[in-house]
Design a protein around this ligand. Structure first.
Ligand SMILES: Cc1ncc(COP(=O)(O)O)c(C=O)c1O
Length: 386
């Protein structure tokens, strides 16, 4: 398979606004734009929704099944290991509420996690569970050596981390951390929203137990879409704490609903709670189909080359790049410290460049359709500002 794809056709067909040239969008770490095929799927399902007799139960089940299949492929898993969720937080809550934890048990994490991966664990402190947030390095990056050392304590039951840090783009070594967790019988929970779609992932190969991912960023999907990966053995055993009528075995037979067979699905569907937004799932499917069509491996190569080019030019200009230089340590986010973040952000905006401002630093996040010309437009402003 060649490493490249037809960028020009991709932009014209799926992201036609790029051809106007008035905006360079480098903020996928915040919100991914919907490709045309997702917008079409939303429009079609919304039309049908206006005349609901045009949507059958089978169509609803089909779109859910397809979404699980595409999501599974993104993380190297089986569809039976995927529960559809409405955001990342939902997946983290499945982990925090369903993993067997008792008073005195320890949950290890890093101290600058995005709050979606903090509060669900902090809430457990009321039940006597201890949350141990390991301080980041002086450079503000997760300190993997200290995290690994913290796993040696006897009551550690969970390690929960972001795959890719929202503020710095630092990408943890999932394979190593997962291996160390498995050897110690510690559950490994991952907030993967900033990585999935921009990098290839083998969740089972990395010994991840539960992974949470929203669709709204790198998956270019509507708000209210997302999924959780729950390792097969856990998906078959863990007791859901939020109870959905679609989570049980007989739920697809609408003629026998009041038989009340309270037997969980024998897969991750047991964690799905009630009716989902089918029109959004249709768009979620369309966007994931685009990612698979282009191939996440190729997207990762493309995004890496853009981040490489930005890193080189910014470092040459003497900028303080917070994102590590090693390719294995980053995904699609590049964060650079500037003297006056607010002012530089306004200058970028005046040049038509949309990027993020996080913790005082400029965050640039290109994706599959971003060109070298796009990033040059951002860099021209940034190198003047450092
Ligand atoms: C690391 C990380 N986790 C989670 C989220 C969002 O969580 P949710 O999908 O629950 O809104 C974000 C960004 O908004 C994020 O950067």
């Amino acid at each position: 398979m060649p490493d490249t794809y037809d960028l020009e056709a991709l932009r014209r067909v799926e992201f036609p606004w790029t051809t106007r040239g008035d905006r360079v969008y480098l903020n996928h770490a915040s919100t991914g734009p919907l490709p045309m095929r997702a917008r079409a799927a939303l429009a079609i399902w919304t039309d049908w929704r206006g005349e609901p007799w045009r949507i059958s139960d089978e169509m609803e089940f089909e779109v859910m099944d397809r979404a699980r299949t595409h999501a599974a492929r993104l993380v190297g898993a089986a569809p039976q290991e995927i529960a559809l969720t409405t955001n990342t937080s939902h997946g983290i809550n499945i982990a925090a509420r369903c993993l067997p934890l008792r008073a005195g048990d320890i949950v290890v994490s890093s101290d600058r996690e995005f709050p979606a991966n903090v509060y669900p664990w902090m809430a457990l402190e009321r039940e006597g569970i201890i949350v141990n947030q390991i301080a980041c390095t002086p450079a503000g990056l997760p300190d993997e050596e200290r995290i690994l050392a913290a796993l040696e304590r006897p009551r550690v039951k969970v390690l929960t981390l972001s795959w890719v840090s929202f503020a710095t783009g630092y990408t943890v070594d999932l394979a190593r951390l997962g291996r160390e967790c498995r050897e110690r019988g510690i559950y490994f929970v991952v907030d993967a929203i900033q990585g999935v779609g921009a990098r290839v992932l083998d969740a089972p190969g990395c010994n991840i137990d539960i992974l949470a991912c929203g669709g709204q960023k790198w998956l270019l999907s509507p708000w209210g879409t997302g999924f959780a990966y729950i390792r097969r053995a856990l998906a078959e055993q863990l007791e859901p704490r939020e109870i959905g009528w679609l989570a049980v075995r007989g739920s697809r037979d609408f003629n026998r609903l009041v038989d009340y067979d309270f037997t969980w699905h024998d897969d991750a569907r047991r964690f799905e709670v009630g009716t989902l937004p089918y029109q959004d799932l249709a768009a979620f499917c369309a966007s994931m189909e685009l990612l698979h069509e282009v191939s996440v491996a190729r997207i990762a190569t493309h995004v890496r080359s853009l981040v490489d080019a930005m890193t080189t030019r910014l470092r040459e200009a003497g900028a303080t790049v917070l994102t590590p230089a090693e390719a294995q340590r980053r995904a699609g986010i590049l964060t650079v410290r500037v003297k006056n973040g607010q002012r530089v952000s306004e200058q970028l905006s005046a040049a038509g460049v949309v990027c993020g401002l996080r913790e005082g630093a400029i965050r640039l996040s290109p994706h599959l359709y971003t060109t070298r010309e796009d990033i040059d437009r951002a860099l021209d402003v940034l190198v003047r500002a450092v």
